[in-house]
Design a protein around this ligand. Sequence first.
Ligand SMILES: Cc1cc2nc3c(=O)[nH]c(=O)nc-3n(C[C@H](O)[C@H](O)[C@H](O)COP(=O)(O)O)c2cc1C
Length: 399
Amino acid sequence: MHQVKISDDIFHVGVNDRRSERFENYWPLDKGIAYNSYLIVDEKIALLDTLERAFIDEYIDNIKNVIGDREVDYLIINHMEPDHSGAIRAIVKEFPNITFVGNKKTFPMLESFYKFTENTLEIKDGENLSLGKHNLQFHTIPMVHWPETMVTYETTTKTLFSADAFGSFGALNGGIFDDELDLSYYEEEMMRYFTNIVGKYCPHTQKALRKLDGLEIKTIAALHGPIWRSHIDMILEKYEKWSTYQSDKGVVIVYGTMYGNTEKMAETIARQLAVRGVKNVRVYDASKTHPSYIISDIFKFKGFIIGSCAYNNEMFPTVETLVNKIKHMGIKKKSLGVFGSFAWNGGGVKNLMKFAEDIKWEVVANPVEEKGSLKEDKFQQCVDLANAMADQLEAEFGA
Ligand SMILES: Cc1cc2nc3c(=O)[nH]c(=O)nc-3n(C[C@H](O)[C@H](O)[C@H](O)COP(=O)(O)O)c2cc1C
């Protein structure tokens, strides 16, 4: 096996994972995932991040394919999450004299996860480390996506080792560069990766983007997904758009139902949106579709209409899980509608309106709450809710 050279003296030594069902044991991996790791072979050899411990044998082989009997001098730790630090113990076993390079937040984590306290080289924000011909410059980007996260900019090839930033779900199917791939295959996976993993940290992403503004970047080597070299503007623009919560004309409708009454209300609202010319309408049953996909679509579209039946004085459990996740992520700049069905004292709509208060999105119309099955009066209110949302979208995006 030959490792792919991504630039002068820089090699990809990552692996694909098409076996794991979920990332972080939560987010579905329909198309797998790549764990990227990189080697710079110079007077000194640097390894940039490691990977998941399940792939240690393949990983060590990949490194040896490139450097033969030479030693790795430095392990640059851009990110300590175990999908990138999981092979550290194996690397130390293989290269006992290796020096860990990180910032002041890296090393307490290194100790807490792997008990390593020695052979550390602490670098400061903006500091450089020469490997010989190549020069590494470190920039901290806290909370994109952990406190210790940093990026490493290799100044001679203008390669940005970007940690989790600009990453994507999806294994790399032969092609590893953006121009070797059909990017439309990765589009949803990129968005899902950003929204699910980094999406809670949009303000931090904005700070990181401003910090990187001054760098001339020829290659972005992220820790997951394609390596960017031909579509750098595109990925930067997408990150700018997503991290400022800019969205497109469209509505996501989600409902939690046991016996179909709330679903009927969702269907009514969806139909009226279509009648009003809203083409991007996504309707999801919260018990069927994982929050991963729904959250991605919420970032994508301006409108969000959520319904729940009453369930033991509460929202339906899968709706509750979703709205809690949305609240914790602090998603902003959405237009909201609420609906639901009940039989005696309610619980669904009431609690969804508490969510509306907490999240502070613009509520486009009064909530619609039906007792039992959908009847004429509330049918009309569902239509009115859809119309209010359509009006709001037209005002912002045009007809
Ligand atoms: C397990 C269970 C718990 C319920 N709890 C409540 C409740 O706390 N308050 C209420 O008004 N209705 C409650 N209901 C009634 C349903 O909310 C009501 O039948 C509603 O129409 C169901 O909507 P759906 O068809 O969308 O599931 C409950 C029903 C079930 C089966």
